[in-house]
Design a protein around this ligand. Structure first.
Ligand SMILES: Nc1nc2c(c(=O)[nH]1)N[C@H]1C(S)=C(S)[C@@H](COP(=O)(O)OP(=O)(O)OC[C@H]3O[C@@H](n4cnc5c(N)ncnc54)[C@H](O)[C@@H]3O)O[C@H]1N2
Ligand code: MOO
Length: 476
């Protein structure tokens, strides 16, 4: 029987005909409560609290949600400034200017971006000005340098745009002397008005905004160096199993490389957490308890994998429980339960110290990953203050028949492809139901959800699909 197959107890539970004869555990198991996926998730979300807000430096706050509505303290731009390199002019002075009959103006100053002392531009005068530099008093518009002779009294425009520090052209560098203007200008031409982007007091981001690059840029632009957000949860990921050796170490007889702690740490990061991978801990309850206790100082959430089923070395329960001799109290109130789902039947969840959520996920790699997606990811998002903690769900046409155990909601990993505009996409299962199949898991970008009461879905039927990744418009 594969590890994904239904047990006799589940078949009985799901209404299959079954006798307890020859199965000493059947009566007990039939009486045991099986949780639905929805009940388990609801229990988790009822116990997980958003983290308290913190003032964080802008770049540390990337990906976090703002707590307050944020308003600008001042206007942006903070002063009228030029949008072009050119000459700041008075409109009347350039009225009717043409190439044949240019306006000839006296250049009274040179204004680079960042200049504080501005010349006053009087009638018949202008000032050379660079992009972003403040419009000087008296000037009403900017004429781009391309529409002038460059201020050289006949030299080309490019030469006229030499920086003022470049004295090689003497007074003919365009920053003094005279300039010929070949076109007229209206008031405000090539001028970025003070406050035309954002005015003082304007709300720029509502509370609950996810801070991406453009929002972080905006906060910097209005002068904030820190922002109040819910921080990223610090997630400690550890895997249990005496068979585990880290990648890079050649497994000996009976050993395998620990993959869960890597996949789950990466998944926690992907969800927005700061994740710490704590390598494989052997099947030794005392050792595991010590490791968990050690990690509590830096954990907002703990994820373990392995050791939660009924095997003789399933140590997670033992590590978390009170010691039998009463020497140590329980590390937390963790409930171990069975779910009507496949993969991911055995699950542990509860709070350490009444506050730190602990997820004890099954050890099978596919079970651990799917469990993370369904339960841990939403918890991480809820701790960050995200309201919709669910992955996108779409309907798609199944390309291959699927079988599913009765009484368990199956999450079949699959590859989803977008449909043509207006059409449903299609979804193809990858790999089988075995919870050890990491090769096919890595090809999946989605999971097909087969409801508890459905045991077979034919090719061509429409199914519900949870998208695990952003789906490209066309498949390669
Ligand atoms: N008699 C029963 N046996 C099992 C049942 C059951 O109901 N009755 N449930 C099966 C199901 S379903 C699952 S899922 C697993 C869950 O078992 P554990 O959580 O106790 O996990 P382990 O026994 O430690 O490991 C299971 C499997 O996964 C491999 N593994 C574990 N950790 C890692 C890791 N970090 N990286 C890679 N692979 C890992 C481990 O070697 C085992 O092959 O129990 C079934 N059994
Ligand atoms: O089926 Mo287990 O539930 O492999 O996770």
């Amino acid at each position: 029987m594969s590890d994904g197959a239904t047990t006799a107890a589940e078949q009985q539970d799901a209404g299959h005909r079954h006798t307890a004869e020859g199965d000493p555990c059947a009566a007990d198991q039939a009486a045991e409560r099986y949780w639905t996926v929805d009940e388990h998730l609801a229990d988790i979300l009822a116990q997980v609290q958003p983290l308290p807000p913190l003032d964080m430096q802008l770049l540390d706050a990337q990906g976090c949600l703002t707590i307050d509505r944020i308003s600008a303290g001042g206007d942006l731009p903070p002063f009228d400034n030029s949008s072009m390199d050119g000459y700041a002019v008075r409109v009347a002075d350039v009225a009717g200017a043409t190439a044949e009959y240019p306006s000839v103006l006296t250049v009274v100053g040179d204004i680079a971006a960042g200049t504080a002392n501005l010349p006053v531009v009087g009638p018949g005068q202008c000032a050379r000005i660079m992009t972003g530099a403040p419009l000087p008093p008296g000037a009403e518009a900017v004429v781009p340098v391309e529409w002038t002779d460059g201020g050289s009294g006949g030299r080309d425009a490019a030469a006229g745009m030499r920086p003022a520090s470049d004295t090689s052209a003497g007074a003919a560098d365009g920053s003094s002397g005279e300039v010929k203007v070949f076109r007229p200008a209206d008031g405000g031409d090539f001028v970025r008005r003070r406050g035309d982007d954002i005015s003082a007091g304007q709300a720029v981001l509502p509370a609950g905004t996810v801070l991406g690059p453009t929002q972080i840029g905006l906060l910097a632009a209005i002068g904030l160096d820190a922002v109040k957000v819910r921080p990223r949860p610090r997630v400690v990921v550890l895997s249990t199993g005496s068979e585990l050796v880290p990648p890079g170490t050649k497994p000996g007889p009976g050993q395998i490389n620990d993959s869960n702690s890597f996949a789950l740490t990466a998944a926690a990061r992907d969800a927005g957490a700061i994740a710490y991978r704590v390598g494989g801990v052997p099947d030794d309850a005392e050792r595991l308890r010590e490791v968990i206790e050690d990690q509590l100082s830096r954990a907002d959430l703990v994820v373990t994998s392995g050791g939660v089923s009924v095997g003789a070395y399933d140590v997670v329960k033992e590590a978390l429980a009170a010691e039998e001799d009463g020497a140590e109290p329980a590390l937390g109130k963790i409930d171990f339960r069975k779910l009507r789902m496949q993969p991911g039947k055995p699950q542990g969840f509860g709070l350490l110290d009444d506050r730190i959520p602990l997820f004890a996920l099954p050890g099978n790699p596919v079970s651990a990953y799917i469990s993370f997606e369904l339960f841990v990811r939403p918890a991480i998002l809820a701790m960050m203050g995200v309201e919709d903690v669910h992955r996108p769900v779409v309907r798609a046409t199944l390309t291959q028949a699927l079988e599913s155990p009765s009484g368990r909601r199956q999450f079949a990993r699959a590859r989803y492809v977008l449909g043509r505009p207006g059409e449903a996409g299609s979804v193809t299962p990858v790999g089988g139901a075995g919870s050890h199949l990491v090769g096919s898991l890595a090809q999946a970008n989605a999971v097909v959800v087969v409801p508890e009461a459905t045991t077979a879905v034919a090719a061509g039927e429409t199914v519900q699909v949870i998208l695990l990744e952003a789906v490209p418009a066309t498949e390669q």
